[in-house]
Design a protein around this ligand. Structure first.
Ligand code: 5AD
Ligand code: SF4
Length: 421
């Protein structure tokens, strides 16, 4: 979502303020740092980045801070880094023109409604188009700072989404990547009192009607809202890519309750194993938090049990990081950091074994790979329908094309292969 916010900022500044992009910070009149605050580490990094660019920048150049850490720290950023020119929150991206033209501009209003704002158009990669379908999040997971930095959830009107997808597809994007904190809750609430009578499965179907669109991906769905209608459209619509991100967070129903996730271990397993049964080639990725307050060895074993049963193709696992403004940060039973690290290591070791097994089975398999970029190594990179990263030799004329690739060297994180036609 930050990548897309950055694209919106670039587009607004280019079309309304005549800025152009530069790779060299020494040439820049404006240095913009877009930030995350979901864990503590990136917040620390912000201040070292500001210091780094302050030293490097040319005289008179401005530094602006955007994103979730801007929303969260606000005024404090000016206090800790007086050379910052403006602080613009994650829900105030559309005000970027005002921010660059106002001395010490601060805007971190999380009630601001920019769900129907028609942003100018810029894309880092024209072959794969990110399209926002909602802003904010209306869940209250007890560990998560996002509802405090991005505000309440509002769906973006369907016409805006379809028009954007149509335009991106006409400009070369055969893949549309839908973004939102809880995409499968789409349509629950729009700006003001509008009701568009549409839910996420219907949105998927409507986007798939755009002729030039060949692939649709999305992130993140919430396991709680993975009802049968959603799974049915996911399974049956041929343009919807068969890879699902299912953020587990914990495999222990006790911990899930304390996290206020709204589902149990059994519900999660039921949904994931149903997908595996209906679509043997589906890939499932997940997010896991290790060491949430009160996590016992038994709770951790429940997480490991889900990991072993589902055999995720990818896991984003993090040690719990207490965040300000969240309920869990006040919970009395915080876990010793060393215990958290040891559990994280154990999870990663088991996952490595699972991945070795999964990738071994991919030798000599043939995939339809949509080529989306050239890596610095010179290899072309793309994804199979079920999201495996595949790298091949080839030239730039293949960008934006789908090719058949035979896997000759499957590795844990990427599959290397040869184009067969
Ligand atoms: N500590 C660790 N990980 C967190 N996440 C969200 N909040 C925290 C936190 N306080 C993780 C969740 C989420 C992902 C984007 O970041 O797993 O799905
Ligand atoms: Fe955070 Fe939970 Fe919302 Fe995801 S669903 S953004 S984890 S509050």
């Amino acid at each position: 979502m930050n990548v897309r916010d950055s694209e919106h900022i670039i587009a607004e500044l280019r079309d309304k303020e005549s800025y152009v992009l530069t790779d060299n910070p020494k040439d820049a009149d404006l240095i913009l740092i877009n930030t995350c605050s979901v864990r503590e580490k990136p917040v620390h990094k912000l201040f070292s980045e500001i210091g780094h660019y302050h030293k490097k920048k040319k005289k008179g150049a401005k530094i602006g801070v955007c994103g979730c850490t801007a929303s969260h720290l606000g005024e404090e950023i000016f206090k800790r880094a007086p050379h910052v020119s403006f602080v613009l929150g994650a829900r105030n991206v559309s005000k970027i023109s005002k921010a660059v033209n106002t001395e010490r501009y601060l805007d971190i209003d999380i009630d601001y409604d920019e769900s129907a704002f028609a942003f100018k158009d810029f894309r880092n990669n024209i072959y794969k188009a990110y399209v926002n379908i909602s802003i904010g999040c209306d869940k209250q997971c007890t560990y998560c700072i996002v509802p405090h930095t991005r505000g309440e959830e509002l769906s973006i009107p369907p016409e805006l989404i379809i028009n954007e997808a149509r335009k991106a597809a006409k400009n070369g994007a055969k893949e549309i990547f839908l973004l939102g904190q809880n995409v499968n809750n789409y349509g629950r609430r729009f700006s003001g009192s509008l009701n568009h009578n549409i839910d996420f499965p219907e949105l998927l179907n409507r986007i798939s009607e755009i002729e030039e669109v060949e692939r649709i991906r999305f992130t993140s769905p919430h396991p709680l809202h993975m009802d049968d209608k959603f799974i049915d459209v996911f399974v049956k619509n041929p343009k919807v890519c068969k890879s699902m991100h299912m953020p587990l967070q914990s495999g222990s129903t006790k911990i899930l309750t304390q996290m206020k996730r709204g589902y149990s271990k059994e519900w999660f397993l039921n949904r994931a194993l149903k997908l595996r049964e209906l679509l043997p080639d589906v890939s499932i990725s997940t997010d896991i938090i290790i060491g949430f307050p009160g996590e016992t060895q038994e709770d951790f074993e429940d997480t490991m049990d889900v990991v072993r049963q589902v055999k995720f193709e990818q896991i984003f696992a993090f040690k719990y990081s207490p965040r300000p403004l969240t309920k869990a940060a006040e919970f009395p039973n915080q876990i010793d950091s060393k215990v958290g690290s040891a559990r994280l290591q154990e999870l990663q070791d088991v996952q490595d074994e699972i991945l070795d097994e999964i990738s071994k089975n991919k030798l000599n398999k043939i995939y339809d790979v949509y080529i989306e970029e050239i890596r610095s190594s010179g290899l072309l990179a793309g994804r199979s329908d079920n999201n495996a990263l595949v790298q091949v030799e080839g030239d730039a004329s293949l960008l934006g094309k789908t090719v058949k690739v035979k896997i000759t060297n499957p590795k844990r994180l990427a599959l290397y292969g040869e184009i067969i036609f």
